[in-house]
Design a protein around this ligand. Structure first.
Ligand SMILES: [Zn+2]
Length: 351
């Protein structure tokens, strides 16, 4: 555990639910984990005891990626953990593959509706049907315009055309739209939707006052900082500002709320964690300003300053998006000037 993590409290200690089993973390709220084939090797999903139109059952929050292992783990959960009751709905916090992947299979298997924000639903449909999202020529050009011109990296990014669809091969044909501030009644308790920007198009966290519990999704994680990236589809965006504003708004929730994050362990200490994340990004922004005061910098130049370790290609593409996000937060705040050099690369200078 690092020093910052020690400032948080973990009510379940080191206990983790084994794949295919669940652990109750609040009355009627069960925690399960699915494996992911990445360095970030797991995702937390949630089962909420529910009752809709008089029918007893469960709501699922987030799905895992589409693969045989995740489907098999779900089947084991259905057989052992639902007390013989059905799944009644599938709620997805946001469109990323580890959250959205099996929504098509889960909703079909149980004949139930997907609940999700409209922006994430539509973005997921486009990304699943497209051969160019999160990879391909457009991404390669965008990365090159921010200095990632290494030939091998460029070839690999161009070749990575089916990244999203490989994990989200289908998206359900219909959905129930959830809005910021909506109260979803689950087993008689209101779960209020809290929108968050900067990580996904329109991420929804869910807060239940009666259970003093927050399903934070990827907006607030206990150990790692949430990925906040500029993508080629919206090349002048300012996701870091959106993200910091969103998590700061979460401090309106009770300090003692139990936070159920999508990665890592359930914890309390929401306000502390938000302060840590804001301080982390403030430090990185100060580092970027100093570097840009010494000489013009592109996003690729800043990777070592921001991440302080060697990165593989998968990590580099995520890190590039984050590096651009830090530059844009300062550029769009008037603290940096951007210029497009003759080599086609954007470089930023301190004002
Ligand atoms: Zn995510």
């Amino acid at each position: 555990m690092n020093a910052l993590e020690q400032q948080l409290q973990y009510p379940f200690g080191d206990t983790l639910p084994a794949v295919g089993t669940t652990l109750e973390v609040a009355p009627g709220v069960r925690w399960l984990r699915m494996l992911l084939p990445f360095q970030l090797d797991h995702i937390n999903l949630w089962l909420l005891r529910d009752r809709i139109d008089g029918v007893e059952g469960w709501s699922i929050v987030d799905c895992g990626i589409t693969n045989d292992a995740t489907r098999a783990a779900w089947e084991q959960i259905f057989a052992d953990e639902l007390g013989g009751l059905p799944v009644l709905r599938v709620i997805v916090t946001h469109m990323h593959p580890d959250h959205m992947g099996l929504a098509h299979w889960l909703t079909e298997r149980w004949g139930v509706r997907l609940w999700i924000s409209a922006t994430d639903y539509n973005t997921a449909r486009l990304a699943s049907a497209s051969t160019t999202s999160f990879g391909g020529d457009g991404t390669a050009r965008f990365m090159a315009s921010h200095g990632l011109i290494d030939a091998e990296a460029q070839e690999k990014i161009k070749a990575r055309k089916n990244y999203y669809a490989s994990m989200v091969p289908q998206v359900p044909n219909s959905f129930r739209r959830i809005f910021d501030g909506d109260r979803i009644l689950i087993n008689g308790n209101a779960w209020v939707c809290h929108v968050g920007y900067g990580h996904a198009p329109e991420h929804m966290s869910l807060h239940c006052e009666a259970l003093n519990t927050l399903i934070s999704g990827d907006m607030v994680l206990p150990r790692i900082s949430t990925n906040v990236s500029v993508h080629e589809v919206e090349p002048e965006s300012n996701p870091l500002r959106l993200y910091l504003d969103s998590i700061t708004r979460m401090k309106a929730l009770p300090a003692g709320v139990l936070v159920l994050p999508s990665h890592g362990r359930p914890f309390t200490g929401l306000h502390t964690r938000v302060d840590q994340l804001v301080a982390h990004h403030d430090e990185r922004l100060a580092d970027v300003i100093s570097a840009c005061a010494e000489a013009p910098q592109c996003a690729a130049d800043l990777l070592m300053i921001l991440f302080r370790r060697q990165l593989d290609l998968h990590q580099t593409t995520f890190a590039m998006g984050e590096s651009v996000a830090h530059l844009h937060a300062l550029w769009l705040d008037g603290k940096l000037t951007r210029r497009l050099d003759a080599d086609g690369i954007y470089r930023f200078t301190s004002n």
